[in-house]
Design a protein around this ligand. Sequence first.
Ligand SMILES: *[C@@H]1O[C@H](CO)[C@@H](O)[C@H](O)[C@H]1NC(C)=O
Length: 440
Amino acid sequence: MGWFPEYFWFSVIIALLLSSDSSNYKSWALESHLGSETELRVREMLESAREAEFFDWLKSVRRRIHEYPELAFEEHKTSQLIRDELDSLGVEYTWPVAKTGVVATIGSGDPPLFSLRADMDALPIQESGHWEHKSKVNGKMHACGHDAHTTMLLGAARLLQNSRNNLKGTVKLVFQPGEEGHAGAYHVLEEGALEGVEGIFGLHVLPAMFVGTIGSRPGPVMAGAGRFLAVVQGVGGHAAAPHKTRDPIIAVSMAIVALQQIVSRETDPLEARVVSVGFIEGGQAENVIPERVKFGGTFRFLTSEGFSYLQQRIKEIIGTQAAVYHCTAKVDFMEEKRRPYGPTFNDPSMYKHAKRIGEILLGDNRVQLVPMSMGAEDFSFYGQKMPAAFFFLGIRNETADSIKELHTPYFAIDEAALPIGAALHAAVATAYLDSHAQTQ
Ligand SMILES: *[C@@H]1O[C@H](CO)[C@@H](O)[C@H](O)[C@H]1NC(C)=O
């Protein structure tokens, strides 16, 4: 019984000392730990999700979503599939939320309100692996596991719906569009879909962790991210007469090299920041100096000062380097269209709660403290509004060949992770409501 905190035993002793009245003892116990009834229900959720019929259903849902990947804010088919499944479970929902999103509601309809979130969009990647349920859409693929995230949240809907009469509050299940660079979470919140929600939990599959394990960390867990697009304008001409041109290729080359010094020379080595240039577009022939060159990249940070500093210096450095070579530059941070993401922060007590549920489900040694990553997540928008916890779910299995990185054409998951994710979602929400419901 390693998950009982010491204050549980302390409160039991105090309660017994104060009164032999059983109702008094009950309210003490409710405040201070997860009751054994809650623990039992949590464990039953994983058992249910692993039953053959339930597991087969999870796999079929995931494979259907995987076959028809859709990009940000175009998740029409996926959204339809989600609504069809919710309809057959008899779960109520609001739709559309942020264009294609769905927010399902299960429980008493009264507070406390707790939220679970899954993202639904795919990536513009051509799937390269060969398997029966490979993407049927050219150039699009669920290479970030959002097909699994959506499936696990549907699994949670089924588990919660089955135990709806025992829910001590309300769960809002958010099927969110546009995570990949389009800040879908921001738009879900803007539309007021999560008014009154007290806390939120989200999951992401991770090929670095073995199937059967989960992990996260308290405090900052992922970086914030912004992007930039630069256009450097020169004067084109014959490559044999460079003195009659203003060469944007040289200006951009120097600007890209100069950008590397922001992190290496201007940033405290103990604070993590990244500036990476991801593409350059310019010129067509070896003997022609082009008129203009475009390039762009991403920058990562852990604080709002980090964000504004990087933004300011990227702009200055590109502008100044262009000027050195008699060119001009425009730098666009696309803040309206491609909203920057803040760092993802795990509220310490929400983290502790989810960790404890994970330990009950999987065992203490299967819940790991993971290192921070400079990846970014629009889950961070929820964390700015309410206590939030974001956990990683292991999918690594050499036999199942689920060892490839996220965002790569061979990415694969071990579907044995699906029941775990479904149960974890449902259990985190159920136990949260149990421990936050008003005691009379
Ligand atoms: C890994 O995958 C194989 C083949 O699918 C399966 O038999 C095995 O149970 C999986 N391992 C775990 C830990 O789930």
